[in-house]
Design a protein around this ligand. Structure first.
Ligand code: PGA
Length: 248
């Protein structure tokens, strides 16, 4: 059995006051020791959140990482720094980074390598745009995004990370992929990896993200290749997020 993961992506939202209230509710309300729970706040709040979570089973993650190890990269944050402030996880290649900040497959792959090299668990986000889905290119797109990481880092590197399938048309839209649509892509991704290494394919955790909420989490998580969720909007509401963790 693959242990499920539920990760919250707080995006560029929240404040110290709001975070404190949310974390209080999460730490007090979480009673799922069979699920790995992660929260990914903005960089500036990582230390605060680490303090709030250090005696809890909830793990800390960041939303992005620099592909370079250190140096003159104004505004960037390295994998070593994330590790230094207590992060265990980091998102790489979130669709908002890819589309709004021009991150291409090669840069995302370098970020994956940088994170893994510093002992972080990268959560590699993959997903097609609506036009790509309508053109029947979903598997081609996620296959290409995955291949960039495998080509740079080797298939072994997937044993140290997590995948998150997030169809772009489902993110923040209230329109989630159906369980069958998610399952089809997850099965495809697992098969792609399994062809290169059966053991890594079988053990790979593949999260679904895109308008997951308490009301649809269970049917998504019940799919055989869906190993949890990457939650945006609903991760900022403690009751919703706890219900999603309970569904996992
Ligand atoms: P959403 O976002 O749950 O608000 O759709 C998911 C994500 O961006 O990771």
């Amino acid at each position: 059995m693959r242990r499920k993961i539920v990760a919250g992506n707080w995006k560029m939202l929240g404040s110290r006051t709001e975070n404190a209230a949310l974390l209080d509710a999460l730490v007090g309300g979480l009673n799922a020791d069979t699920v790995t729970c992660v929260v990914c706040p903005p960089f500036v709040y990582l230390h605060d959140v680490w303090r709030a979570l250090r005696d809890s089973p909830i793990a800390l993650g960041a939303q992005d990482v620099c592909a370079e190890a250190q140096g003159a990269y104004t505004g960037e944050v390295s994998a070593a720094m994330l590790k230094d402030v207590g992060c265990e996880y980091v998102l790489v290649g979130h669709s908002e980074r890819r589309t709004l900040y021009g991150e291409d497959d090669q840069l995302v792959a370098r970020k994956y390598a940088a994170a893994l090299g510093r002992g972080l668990i990268p959560i590699l986000c993959l997903g097609e745009q609506l036009a790509e889905r309508e053109a029947g290119q979903s598997t081609q797109v996620v296959g290409r995004q995955l291949a960039a990481v495998v080509n740079l880092c080797g298939v072994q590197a997937l044993a140290g990370g997590v995948l998150a399938y997030e169809p772009v048309w489902a993110i923040g839209t209230g329109r989630n992929a159906s369980p069958e649509q998610a399952q089809a892509i997850h099965a495809f991704l697992r098969e792609q990896v399994g062809q290169q290494d059966a053991k890594i394919g079988a053990g790979l955790r593949i999260l679904y993200g895109g308008s997951v909420k308490a009301g649809n989490a269970r049917e998504l998580f019940d799919m055989p290749d869906v190993d949890g969720g990457l939650i945006g909007g609903a991760s900022l509401k403690s009751d919703e997020f706890l219900a999603i963790v309970a569904a996992a």
